[in-house]
Design a protein around this ligand. Structure first.
Ligand code: NCD
Ligand code: ZN
Length: 354
């Protein structure tokens, strides 16, 4: 028997739960089961749903569904949309943060004009985070806005050497920018994309080995958070002529990162900062008393699709050997996941809406 390790409940600031409109891929009950199985007790759900979380009515209706069906604590992003900027102050009352999509990805939410960007930065409350999907030179646009408006901006799934180096320079210059990287960009490259086909396609796309090396080189310094970008799509959709980008990630993030700790790529303390302390602090999320994750850091397993809780039922990491497994998760003093007792899983509605 190897010793059990206690970690704080993990926080994922980038999860796609697909409500409303994509419940066949995931919903609050299935997605938060996956979250708990992965050691996450608090997650932020993305707004690129159908319709998107860009109007007061949709956000309100989705909050109502979330509060009835979530198994862990969940907050919602509002989505920035040129058609609905006037709603931003009303949206802010119901959302944890604002998401602005500057680059192409799954769904129609996009901001491609400067007037809308100005409106977002003027109308969104200063105390709440603005998170950006920015790739390539869009990262510079986001940094420029952070500087011009003197306010924090968080960059989602940074994946390229030139992007992480630009964020390092912005931090060096004193700007309040933060960033996340995903496990898939830390563990897979464009060589895997060629092997996996649509199952290895997401936005930002998998990058070159040199980009991945840069992310690891900045993992102790510039990188603030590990975020999953859990973006489930069905195998059927992935096999279609026009497969949507995105891969599941909630249940593999911690085993992968614990494996990296075993390999000496980062310390366990740094893992806890990246996956719990920093995300909570950056997004101003509530603490969760009597909440922790028990992991067996030495347990070995091969990632398998048939053990997943996510409704999509597959992961690009299937077949990969990992070392470090979640044994049990306790939320506010209650066991909400136990690897040996499926019946211990928290019921839908047991989680709190942030
Ligand atoms: C995400 C999705 O499927 O919602 N897809 C992805 O490839 N990452 C969208 C996103 O996060 O940009
Ligand atoms: Zn995403």
């Amino acid at each position: 028997m190897s010793p059990t390790l206690h970690l704080p409940g993990l926080v994922d600031v980038h999860t796609h739960l697909r409500v409303p409109g994509g419940e066949h891929k995931e919903d609050f009950a299935s997605g938060t089961a996956a979250a708990l199985a992965g050691g996450f007790t608090q997650i932020l759900a993305m707004p690129n749903t159908s319709p998107p979380l860009a109007t007061r009515d949709v956000l309100q209706a989705t909050r109502a569904i979330a509060s009835q069906t979530t198994r862990c604590d969940v907050g919602l992003y509002a989505g920035a949309s040129p058609q609905h900027v006037v709603e931003l102050p009303a949206l802010a009352a119901q959302a944890v943060a604002l998401k602005i999509y500057l680059n192409d990805t799954f769904g129609p939410l996009r901001v491609e004009d400067l007037p809308t960007l100005h409106a977002c930065f003027r109308l969104w409350p200063r105390g709440k985070m603005i998170a950006m999907h920015a790739e390539g030179q869009s990262v510079a646009v986001g940094i420029g806005l952070a500087a011009a408006y003197r306010r924090p901006v968080h960059f989602c799934h940074i994946s390229r050497r030139d992007e992480i180096e630009l964020i390092a320079a912005a931090k060096q210059a004193g700007l309040t920018v933060t960033c996340e990287v995903t496990p898939h960009h830390l563990f897979l490259t464009d060589a895997d994309a060629a092997r996996l086909g649509p199952l290895g396609d997401m936005r930002p796309r998998l990058a070159a080995q040199d980009d991945q090396d840069a992310l690891w080189a900045h993992v102790d310094t510039t990188v603030d958070c590990i975020a999953t970008d859990h973006a489930p799509h069905t195998l059927e959709e992935k096999a279609s002529p026009n497969p949507p980008p995105g891969v599941a990630g909630l249940e593999t993030a911690l085993p992968l990162m614990l494996t990296a700790v075993q390999q000496g790529r980062l310390s366990l303390d740094r893992l806890v900062e990246l996956m719990a302390l920093n995300p909570r602090r950056i997004f101003g999320l509530p603490t969760q008393p009597a909440t922790f994750v028990e992991v067996d850091p030495h347990a070995r397993a091969t990632v398998a699709n048939d053990r997943l809780h996510t409704r999509c039922g597959w992961t690009p990491f299937a077949g990969l050997a990992v070392q470090g497994l979640v044994r049990r998760v306790t939320l506010r003093g209650q066991v909400v996941f136990d690897a040996d007792r499926p019946e211990a899983l928290a019921r839908p509605g047991a989680g709190q809406l942030i």
